[in-house]
Design a protein around this ligand. Structure first.
Ligand SMILES: Nc1ccn([C@@H]2O[C@H](COP(=O)(O)OP(=O)(O)OP(=O)(O)O)[C@@H](O)[C@H]2O)c(=O)n1
Ligand SMILES: C[C@](O)(CO)[C@H](O)COP(=O)(O)O
Length: 376
């Protein structure tokens, strides 16, 4: 079934302010209209965008792969021009959407399309939840019952032939295409809209839209790390940056801080940037006996260079001895200090392996770590 989207973007955005009409203003680094068009790509067979004659150059750059049609002096005349341009193109369903609603979700689009299986028209809306007043001269002049009132959104979807005929016969202006459809006797189903499907109308709406987009784009990454070091002769071990007295030491090319190594690898893993061995090859003599905070600091710096912050991390040391509990708080503070994060984002805990395996036989210590990195 041929489905088209008509995106109306021929207005001048007089209420939104700014140096250029709102559809050309930047939102999260891209023109508003680029976001709106992208929301429909892959969901419909073709996209028609109505533009103001002055905007052709920007439109050709932003609306690649779309048909461009010149709009009229009012929203409904712009829609009509777009529908007329699609006449005879084998379109069965059309979604008519404001170019100024760049945050429309796939779920809203899907709900409108699904409702068109059973209705000639369908549109998203939200029930009015605030009390409604009539006002005059800055005073409340009366109240309005809100029962049965809805806030209309777009895309408004229709069977193509029906809405084209409705627009052809419509006389006068219309706030939206539902008004045109209803004037022609078409039933329009209400489907659930979304608060985030806002129409950029006033200057303050851009900051709201930007905040919503930011939230949607949050990138959360998980990494894990695992390391083992064997015991050797000595009188202390380094664990999570803390020198812990013990009747043995850990054997390693560096200071063998198994906990810090696991955590470092977890961060590298979350970044998909290899492991300690890749960044600090054991074959390189300069890392012999190195304090492991060099590795962890490097991983934390890389994390920030990629735009991430540490959400939290969790290190588990597996050993019968030394007992970790008395040192856990100091380890937590040390790791947090190296990574430059608050201590409550760092957890250090330990378990025995019930005397089973190499850790149970006290041949060495194992460590596991998980790191969660967040890019807002
Ligand atoms: N002649 C017009 C007027 C409006 N629109 C489009 O209809 C949508 C909703 O209209 P509105 O928010 O009112 O946009 P503007 O008319 O641009 O804004 P304003 O009323 O503040 O000038 C917008 O995407 C707008 O570009 C259109 O294609 N052709
Ligand atoms: C179509 C619409 O977005 C539905 O809420 C709305 O009617 C457009 O209104 P405007 O007067 O063009 O801002």
């Amino acid at each position: 079934m041929g489905t088209a989207a008509v995106i109306v973007a021929a207005g001048r955005g007089s209420r939104a302010g700014g140096d250029v009409p709102k559809q050309w203003q930047m939102l999260a680094g891209r023109p508003v209209l680029a976001h709106t068009i992208d929301a429909f790509r892959g969901k419909v067979d073709r996209i028609t965008v109505t533009i103001h004659p002055d905007d052709r150059a920007q439109a050709e750059a932003v609306a690649q792969g779309c048909d461009l049609v010149e709009g009229g002096p009012s929203r409904d005349s712009s829609v009509r021009n777009a529908l007329l341009s699609l006449d005879g193109a084998g379109i069965q369903r059309v979604l008519i959407h404001d170019g100024a609603r760049p945050l429309v979700s796939a779920a809203v689009i899907a709900r409108v399309l699904a409702a068109l299986d059973t209705h000639p028209g369908a549109a998203p809306a939200l029930p009015v939840t605030d009390a409604l007043w009539r006002g005059a001269d800055g005073l409340v002049a009366g109240t309005q019952d809100r029962a049965g009132l809805w806030r209309a959104q777009t895309p408004q979807g229709f069977r193509f032939d029906a809405i084209l005929a409705a627009h052809r016969s419509h006389v006068g202006l219309a706030a939206d295409d539902v008004e045109v459809a209803r004037a022609a006797g078409l039933d329009v189903a209400i489907v659930e809209g979304e608060e985030t499907n806002l129409k950029l109308t006033f200057p303050g709406d851009f900051a709201r839209a930007e905040a919503i987009l930011k939230g949607r784009r949050m990138d959360v990454r998980l990494g894990n790390g695992y390391d083992v070091h064997a015991f050797t002769e000595g009188d202390h071990v380094w664990l999570c940056g803390v020198k812990v007295p013990h009747h043995r030491a850990l054997l390693g090319h560096s200071d063998a801080d198994v906990g810090m190594h696991a955590l470092t690898d977890a961060i590298y893993g979350a970044l998909a940037m290899g492991d300690i061995g890749r960044h600090f090859p054991p074959s390189d003599p300069q890392w012999k006996g190195a304090a492991s905070d060099i590795f962890l600091r490097h991983a934390a710096d890389l994390m920030r260079a990629q735009g991430y912050e540490l959400g939290n991390c969790d290190v588990t040391l597996v050993c019968e001895r030394p007992k970790i509990g008395p040192h856990a708080a100091s380890m937590q503070a040390t790791l947090a200090g190296i990574m430059g994060v608050d201590a409550d984002r760092v957890s250090v805990k330990a378990t025995t392996s019930e005397r089973l395996g190499f850790t149970g036989r006290e041949e060495g210590i194992a460590a596991l770590a998980t790191a969660c990195l967040v890019k807002a």
